[in-house]
Write a protein that binds this ligand. Structure first.
Ligand SMILES: Nc1nc2c(ncn2[C@@H]2O[C@H](COP(=O)(O)OP(=O)(O)OP(=O)(O)O)[C@@H](O)[C@H]2O)c(=O)[nH]1
Ligand SMILES: [Mg+2]
Length: 377
């Protein structure tokens, strides 16, 4: 857009100059400089100015990076955005902290206690009335630790339960104010779009975080224009989890080699990743895969062997398991696309140092790609 305007400007200045000049301009002398020479000097100056302006624009474009966080629900996209706020934007305002505090209570009660109590009651064979009584009883506080010890991988516990439940008594005290770590562990599903602009390594970055639930994915494509990089975030810990928001009308189209359950979250992510790679709007964008929640993945593997959920896995170590998952994403490249580089990192989005490191590495890839595209090496 800017370049087109600059080109138009150059033509109109040129035309006006020559249109205004008298027929016999060669003979018209002012300060002993013939008009044609003056015009030539003027044109040269304008041309230099336009070149400089184009160069400035090109440099500005190189600096302004549009980065899109994509991936399924609960993968960790908003957690990465929060980390950018902490790392590059002085954290959160008082209003935001206040709202986080409210969400914290909601998270602890709605997400964790309800599910936890439901889990206990099912295990102990309680009916609804008994369950309600049980919920109200103080016993629940002591039982939290016992339950987590007995059932550390209880399937319907949200991922942040392992962080929040052991801190329950402190969290429920009236004067408790949430720490940065608490905020990073909060689960607030994104229902619209979060966007932040910040400067990193002297470059302006526009980071966009969209909602990962199926209902919100239709909106993703509104943000595909001019995307320098897609950070596709995947929860590795989702290999044994079912989708919360299964829309039965959506038919799985994936090959049958991955995962037995068609509503499996990881399987859904693999499918999404393939779809994004094939999107004609993202063909020139760098693709960086964040295989996230590595901390939870390591913990789960011992109790929930990967081969029970993904056929074909024969490895024994954590590293082999992680590499096996990664391969399922990488092989979603199409035949025509098989040489397209896909960069990947194993990440823990709640770990600020880890995110700082991988985000820097991701940006370096994007900058290098931009330089190559613009012909500057
Ligand atoms: N332990 C652990 N928890 C994580 C990690 N990444 C994210 N979480 C937690 O997982 C939950 C979901 O993270 P979000 O960032 O809200 O996920 P999202 O991808 O934005 O999800 P949607 O907004 O629904 O698309 C939150 O409770 C996070 O604290 C991680 O690497 N390790
Ligand atoms: Mg989110």
């Amino acid at each position: 857009m800017g370049i087109t305007m600059a080109k138009c400007a150059s033509i109109s200045v040129y035309d006006e100059t020559w249109g205004d000049a008298p027929d016999n301009d060669n003979m018209n002398v002012e300060n002993n400089i013939p008009v044609t020479i003056r015009n030539a000097k003027l044109q040269a100056a304008i041309s230099v100015e336009i070149d400089e302006s184009l160069e400035r624009e090109k440099n500005e474009d190189l600096k302004r990076l549009k980065i899109l966080l994509l991936g399924g629900s609960d993968a960790g996209k908003s957690t990465i955005l929060k980390q950018m706020r902490i790392l590059h934007m002085n954290g959160f305002s008082n209003d935001e902290m206040h709202s986080f505090h409210k969400h914290l209570k909601l998270n602890v009660f709605q997400n964790s206690i309800n599910r936890f109590a439901g889990g206990i009651s099912r295990i102990l064979g309680f009916d609804d009335e008994q369950e309600n009584e049980y919920l109200l009883s103080f016993l629940i506080f002591k039982s939290v630790q016992t339950f987590l010890g007995l059932y550390p991988n209880y399937a319907s516990l949200p991922d942040n339960a392992h962080y929040f439940l052991p801190k329950l008594t402190a969290l429920l005290s009236l004067n408790y104010s949430p720490s940065a770590e608490d905020i990073l562990h909060l689960r607030i599903p994104t229902t619209s779009v979060n966007e932040i602009n910040f400067v990193f390594s002297k470059r302006a970055i526009r980071l966009i975080d969209v909602g990962g639930q199926r209902t919100y994915r239709k909106k993703w494509m509104h943000y595909f224009d001019g995307v320098a990089a897609v950070l596709f975030v995947v929860s590795m810990a989702a290999y044994d989890q079912a989708l919360d928001d299964v829309d039965k009308s959506v038919k799985p189209v994936m090959s049958s080699d991955v995962l037995s359950d068609k509503d499996n979250r990881l399987r859904d992510s693999v499918q999404q990743f393939g779809d994004m790679l094939r999107s004609k709007y993202l063909l020139t964008s760098a693709f960086i895969l964040f295989l996230n929640k590595k901390d939870l993945f390591w913990k789960k593997l011992a109790r929930h062997p990967l081969e029970k959920f993904i056929s074909g896995y024969k490895g024994t170590t954590n590293e082999e398991a992680a590499a096996f998952l990664k391969e399922h994403f990488i092989k979603r490249r199409s035949k025509t696309d098989k040489d397209r580089p896909i960069y990947s990192h194993y990440t823990c989005a709640t770990d600020t140092k880890n995110v700082e490191f991988v985000f820097k590495a991701a940006c370096e890839i994007v900058w290098q790609k931009n330089l190559n595209n613009s012909g500057i090496q």
